[in-house]
Design a protein around this ligand. Structure first.
Ligand SMILES: Cc1cc2nc3c(=O)[nH]c(=O)nc-3n(C[C@H](O)[C@H](O)[C@H](O)COP(=O)(O)OP(=O)(O)OC[C@H]3O[C@@H](n4cnc5c(N)ncnc54)[C@H](O)[C@@H]3O)c2cc1C
Length: 275
């Protein structure tokens, strides 16, 4: 069983600032971390490996400092890491990112056939959730999104049983391997890494590939050239104001509610006339 997990280095969006003049993320304003969903994706791969054995590779696209997220993945339990890093990849949108990652996966697949690709549900910076399905489309394998459990991986039958989250419940799916999953945080808890993993991670040097190391790459589909997306505006949405809490006995609550409705009668009438 060969599992490849795609991991992205992202700025910690809890503290990142947006440059109001350029409408871009000021990436220097926050430390770079492993995308939290991708940490859960690596942990999911570790759980599968614990049950049925195999090899876990991680793949990232980014600048040389993105090796940090590969090391972090090795700490969680990955065996091998690949970074594709080249100026030609810079400025990529989700279309160009999924193209570049699928080309790297093509090479990894030649070295050792890939049975399962796992991605995070989304990256906390770009937040589109498009890269996983984009890779699956290019590899011509089925994508299964919003996964919260993976069980019964059958390498002989080439099937996997997956539980995915829906807005009103969940769905159980049997997919054929190879396939691509995008995982939710609920899939697992990140466990403490054993000391041996930490030592391995500290010494680990990922394989780094430039565009020239990948085969049959159409350079017009890479980086800014291959990115049709235009970011119109980026801003921090205003914080929602706290609502008014109505408390007391039922009679008191009805009285207070009527007062609020009457206070806002004009606004409510205009709104309902517009509907
Ligand atoms: C015009 C334009 C220019 C941009 N320029 C840059 C730039 O120069 N530098 C930059 O960092 N971003 C840039 N971005 C943002 C970048 O396109 C996205 O962050 C990237 O394509 C991934 O999309 P996402 O964050 O929405 O990922 P999602 O689709 O939300 O990610 C889902 C999952 O896909 C996988 N994944 C996503 N990206 C990667 C990756 N790079 N490596 C490995 N796995 C990955 C992970 O498993 C992740 O959990 C640019 C965007 C646009 C529109």
């Amino acid at each position: 069983m060969h599992i490849v997990v795609c991991v992205k280095q992202v700025p910690d969006t809890k503290i990142i600032k947006i440059n109001p003049k350029t409408n871009t993320l000021d990436r220097r304003s926050a430390p770079a971390i492993l995308n939290p969903y991708d940490a859960h994706a690596v942990q999911a791969a570790v759980k599968i490996k614990e049950k049925i054995g195999g090899t876990i590779s991680v793949l990232s696209m980014g600048p040389p400092q993105a090796t940090a997220v590969i090391k972090k993945s090795v700490e969680i339990g990955a065996d091998k890491g690949y970074l594709i890093s080249d100026r030609a990849f810079a400025g990529a949108d989700t279309l160009a990112t999924s193209y570049a990652l699928s080309k790297a996966l093509e090479r990894i697949n030649k070295e050792r056939p890939v049975d399962l690709v796992i991605c995070g549900k989304h990256a906390i910076d770009g937040d589109t959730g498009q890269v996983g399905p984009g890779i699956a489309r290019r590899m011509d394998i089925p994508p299964v999104t919003n996964v919260i459990d993976v069980s019964e991986v059958n390498v002989q039958e080439k099937t996997v049983l997956i539980k995915r989250k829906l807005s009103n419940g969940y769905e159980l799916i049997q997919a054929e391997l190879p396939c691509l999953l995008t995982v939710e945080k609920e899939i697992n808890d990140i466990e403490y890494s054993p000391m041996t993993n930490m030592i391995k991670a500290a010494r680990y040097e990922p394989v780094i590939w430039a565009v020239s190391d990948l085969e049959d790459v159409d350079r017009t589909q890479l980086g800014l050239k291959g990115s049709p997306t235009i970011v119109g505006k980026m801003f921090t949405p205003p914080r929602a104001e706290g609502g008014k809490k109505i408390e007391g006995s039922v009679d008191e609550q009805v009285k207070q509610l009527m007062e609020v409705l009457l206070e806002n009668r004009e606004v409510l009438t205009i709104k309902s006339m517009n509907q």
